[in-house]
Design a protein around this ligand. Structure first.
Ligand code: SAH
Ligand code: TMP
Ligand code: ZN
Length: 407
């Protein structure tokens, strides 16, 4: 899918950066599949009219979300705890009588299991069949389909309207945002609330965390762009809450227009966004320069370490690492292997640059001199667990917000 016009408001887009040829970020592959690997040009644009930041080209949804989807939400204990708190907040604040909760992009059930345990009526919509199966096997009611307006009608007919419609790190994956908003409009009870969170544009720009940009993330949201999107469907943002997850996210609360009071946090955040220049083209020029600088510095650091004969391994084969390795041109001569705990990724090669992905035990068996932390968003969880690496003289390399070696 290539769009020259804004996916939200159809205004002509202003492209501001190309990261070059990119593969499917979660497309970890065996050697015999190298020849048929898919690539697209990853260009990002800003909409001067509704301020939505978006990919110009995105691969077909089935190429990314299918029965071989490599991302299992439950691999991080911090995220498991985060979604438990998220679910508890929803139960406390938003459930009426005979409550019903819907979640899109429910993955392995990391969020919905909290509702299932309390016997609250729920439904997960998860197109990637392998992760959906894990959720179903845990007793979480899951449909393996792509959510869109038509499916909302089917759900309505079978289950009735929902008190809460949830999504985490899923809305920003879906280019047909109007169909989703229409579906939400159909499914939400008059007092119902949609609550979703995604990596926040403000954080990405401030921290130069450009690795949040990859095939799946077709949008980088701000309160301004989200307000404009939902306003077109008689829905409005009633609250926003910043989150520390995924390097800085924003949680948005959406309700039928006029149904609930609007918190002061919405206007306050929009004010901050204007101060940050999220609605000014020059901000995106600066971001491009920051990305280029970050890329050059990381490449130089890795080349220097190679010259010194140091061993460098990658830590966590995240989807984000696909952007970093391909944009910076990091191949196995600079990073020997990437350690990851996800069985479906192990024994395969990283997308595009084909760095071997090895089980975590390989990292522990023989520590490298340096570990490039691709899972920097899990910094605390990982460095706590890996005190042994530090004790053995190992050093972490970080590239957000700046390229540096942790001393
Ligand atoms: N909510 C989880 C998973 C995020 S990954 C978490 O935060 O950890 C994004 C998920 O969205 C994937 O599992 C993907 O299969 C799913 N997805 C993509 N398009 C979708 C759509 N149209 N409807 C529902 N889920 C979708
Ligand atoms: P994420 O950054 O998109 O959440 O991806 C998490 C990836 O990091 C996933 O492939 C599992 C991997 N990982 C590890 O290998 N070790 C860890 O300790 C953690 C927290 C994640
Ligand atoms: Zn627009």
């Amino acid at each position: 899918m290539t769009n020259k016009k804004c996916l939200v408001c159809a205004a002509p887009l202003s492209p501001f950066i190309s990261y070059g040829r990119m593969p499917i970020a979660n497309g970890f592959l065996p050697r015999d599949k190298f020849a048929e690997e898919y690539f697209f040009e990853m260009r990002v644009a800003y909409c001067p009219s509704c301020h939505m930041v978006q990919l110009i080209e995105q691969p077909e949804r089935e190429m990314m979300f299918n029965e071989n989807y490599a991302f299992f939400s439950g691999t991080s204990t911090t995220m498991t705890a985060h979604f438990q708190r998220f679910a508890q907040d929803v139960m406390r604040d938003y459930l009426g009588s005979d409550p019903f909760v819907v979640e899109i992009g429910s993955n392995d059930g990391i969020m919905l299991k909290n509702f299932a345990e309390k016997k609250i009526r729920h439904l997960g919509i998860e197109p990637s069949a392998n992760v959906a199966k894990v959720a179903s096997e845990r007793g979480i009611k899951t449909v393996s389909r792509f959510f869109e307006k038509d499916l909302a009608r089917e759900i309505l007919a079978e289950h009735g309207q929902a008190d809460a419609f949830l999504a985490a790190n899923a809305m920003c994956h879906i280019p047909y945002a109007h169909s989703i908003a229409e579906g939400v409009k159909i499914l939400l009870k008059p007092e119902g609330v949609m609550i979703f969170e995604d990596p926040y544009l403000g954080d990405v720009l401030e921290k130069t965390s450009y690795d949040q940009i990859y095939d799946e993330h077709v949008f980088l949201f701000s309160v301004q762009s989200i307000s404009q999107l939902f306003a077109r469907h008689g829905l409005e943002v009633i609250d926003v809450k910043a989150q520390g997850t995924h390097g800085g996210s924003m949680r948005y609360f959406i309700a039928h227009k006029g149904a609930r009071p609007i918190s002061a946090s919405v206007g306050a955040q929009i004010k901050k966004e204007k101060k940050l220049g999220l609605d000014e083209p020059k901000t995106y020029d600066k971001f491009r320069r920051n990305c280029e600088r970050s890329r050059d510095e990381l490449k130089k650091l890795l080349l220097d370490l190679k010259k010194q004969g140091r061993r460098v391994a990658g830590y966590a084969a995240t989807s984000k690492s696909t952007t970093i390795t391909n944009y910076c041109g990091i191949t196995t001569d600079l990073v020997e292997f990437i350690s990851d705990t996800t069985p479906i990724k192990q024994g395969k090669f990283s997308p595009g640059v084909h760095i071997p992905v090895l089980p975590y035990e390989k990292f522990k068996e023989k520590y490298p001199d340096y570990a490039l932390l691709f899972g920097w968003n899990h910094f605390e969880e990982i460095t706590r667990k890996e005190q042994g690496f530090r004790d053995a003289g190992g050093k972490w390399i970080l590239y957000v917000p700046k390229v540096h070696v942790l001393n």
